[in-house]
Design a protein around this ligand. Structure first.
Ligand code: DLL
Length: 430
């Protein structure tokens, strides 16, 4: 099923002409941002230099670090009064990336979500439970308005209170659910404990973090759904940039709205179809926050075989990142953030180790932290006080509950060369 067949299946010359036209417009829009104006001037390139799609390679890259430097509104290309909503990423060292939306941006975003929902067979007959965070995280409001656009009955359940969520699924006859795959696992577990069979369920939309085909099989079996992968990032509106079609063999990007490239993250050389590297995205219709060749940090490749559904090229499911960002229960965490928090606490020594595990299908982060000799009194109450202080400080910055173990001075490994402070033990097996 198509929401906008013409755009979804546009290919060949017609698509390229549209992309070139929109890329030029994006460059002009980006020139409203001093960062881009200066950068484009320095590289002596402007909208007029783009005559074919390959000319994109003349443009400079933008990174997450660049965006951080612009905090809070340095990357906005329109006057503040035209910005009708703000979301943020879950934060990197200190400050998050702020994303602004004009009214047109919000309309375009819900159109893309509506395409995705329709593509997987959902219609105005469906009842949709949106079990993700409704705050600054883009997954909540993003899917909400897209689902309303399709005419679905939307239940903005948010996260938490899992038993009540299961009751709602049964009582309201929910047919489709959207959440992170980790939360879906938890839902399945609680439903099992409650002895509920979730009879009305048929579709699960899962994303915001990597998940394996094993997880897909388990979720499908336990929840009784067909599970679809959903990919996106705050910088590209949020969810909705790429989505699986019923073939479930790669994710379709919406090529009228995003220009995608794959590069070697080390050399920045552009790679061909089938070659894995870092995904670079240039949004083509964003107004409030246009970006040029944004380095997503996500590792994937472009699949060049044609999909029987008739839509354009897909990307492979995301297998990892080119940087050290961790995605824990849908929240992005950089080890540098943890370090930043710990360094502000006088009791904390030089070394820490982060362990990420999947316990009962949920991501859990535990940190072993060395305490300075003078603070390691051996008195339980003193240690508990320090432990609480650290947990609160981490939660305030990361928005994430972490387990903290205090250890004695000089008990953690030391590193020669680059430190490896993160051990991700989540693996693939469920
Ligand atoms: O996670 C947007 C989103 C919400 C996507 C709901 C899907 C569903 P951010 O918080 O900015 O935005 O995080 C973006 O999360 O660069 C990836 O590293 C990771 N990520 C998102 N979706 C997937 C996925 C939202 N399907 C970052 N598979 C991205 C693997 C994913 N990783």
């Amino acid at each position: 099923m198509f929401w906008d067949k013409e755009m979804e299946t546009l290919g060949g010359r017609a698509l390229e002409d549209l992309q070139v036209k929109r890329l030029r417009q994006t460059i002009r829009q980006a020139e409203n941002v001093p960062f881009f104006k200066d950068l484009l001037k320095e590289k002596s390139v402007s909208a007029e230099d783009i005559n074919k799609i390959q000319d994109v390679s003349r443009l400079p890259f933008t990174t997450k670090k660049d965006l951080q430097k612009g905090y809070p509104f340095g990357f906005m290309a329109v006057p503040k009064k035209e910005i009708v909503r703000i979301h943020t990423t879950s934060g990197t060292t200190g400050k998050p990336t702020v994303v602004g939306y004009t009214r047109n941006d919000l309309d375009n975003w819900s159109e893309l979500i509506a395409r995705n929902l329709t593509m997987v067979g959902l219609t105005d007959e469906d009842t949709f439970q949106n079990a993700v965070n409704y705050g600054l995280f883009t997954g909540g409001l993003g899917f909400h308005y897209g689902a309303e656009k399709v005419g679905m009955t939307v239940i903005p359940s948010g996260t938490g209170n899992t038993k009540r969520q299961i009751e709602m699924i049964d009582d309201f006859g929910v047919t489709a659910v959207h959440c992170t795959p980790s939360y879906a696992m938890h839902l399945a577990e609680v439903a099992e404990e409650m002895g509920t069979t979730l009879d009305t369920f048929k579709t699960g939309l899962f994303g915001a973090e990597p998940w394996s085909d094993n997880t897909r099989r388990t979720l499908e079996q336990k929840l009784g759904v067909t599970a679809f992968d959903s990919y996106g990032m705050s910088e590209m509106y949020g969810p909705g940039a790429a989505f699986e079609c019923p073939e479930r063999n790669g994710l379709h990007f919406w090529h009228d709205s995003f220009l995608i490239e794959i590069i070697d993250p080390e050399t920045e050389e552009i790679l061909g179809p089938g070659e894995c590297g870092e995904l670079v995205v240039t949004p083509l219709v964003k107004e409030a926050m246009p970006l040029i060749r944004y380095r997503t940090g996500d590792i994937t490749c472009i699949l060049d075989d044609e999909c029987p559904c008739g839509r354009g090229p897909r990307i492979a499911r995301i297998t990892g990142r080119s940087d050290d960002m961790l995605v824990i229960r849908g929240i992005n965490v950089f080890p540098s953030q943890i370090e930043h928090v710990l360094r502000t606490l006088p009791e904390v020594g030089d070394q820490f180790m982060v362990y990420v595990d999947r316990i009962n299908h949920l991501d859990e982060m535990a940190i072993d932290i060395e305490i300075k000799k003078e603070f390691f009194s051996g008195e339980l109450k003193d240690l508990e006080r320090i432990q609480k202080k650290i947990i609160h400080a981490l939660r305030d910055t990361l928005n994430l509950r972490t387990k903290v173990n205090l250890v004695e001075h000089e008990s953690l490994p030391r590193f020669e060369g680059k430190a490896k402070r993160v051990v991700d033990r989540r693996g693939d097996v469920i």
